[in-house]
Unconditional design. Sequence first.
Length: 157
Amino acid sequence: MVRDLALRINQDYRGKDPLLISVLNGSFIFSADLIRQLDFDPQISFTKLASYQGTSSTGNVDELIGLNQETEGRHILILEDIVDTGNTLEKLVGMLKKKKAASIETVALLFKSQVYKKDIPVKYYGKDIPNKFVVGYGLDYNERGRSLDEIYQIGER
């Protein structure tokens, strides 16, 4: 899945020198694996936004760690572990547009298209999944489960 995403990005961004912005905490494993598959040497920066408490979105997006890279005129690839409601993505894209990025695209490991209601396209994603809560490979439940080497759905009781 990550390799397939990297192949598409390699083709689309050849010669463009994009800036990758990894959204912490969930995307750190995905970002590390993806960047090693790219055939160019991009800059990478990190931001930390939070919108979840337990298994539910709060509806608010808090910026916990801001961007520290210049984005004006840059091609930006936002690296997300999962895109579901799109609230975090909407907030980050809005911030980047204000900073005059040349282009902004999203790269998500997982995409929940059933619940995504935003107008921002998710150009690159590894897998479209149902609206179930998942953990592993960087994704967490209350900061646990990130270290699992595969992705698991949390069971319902």
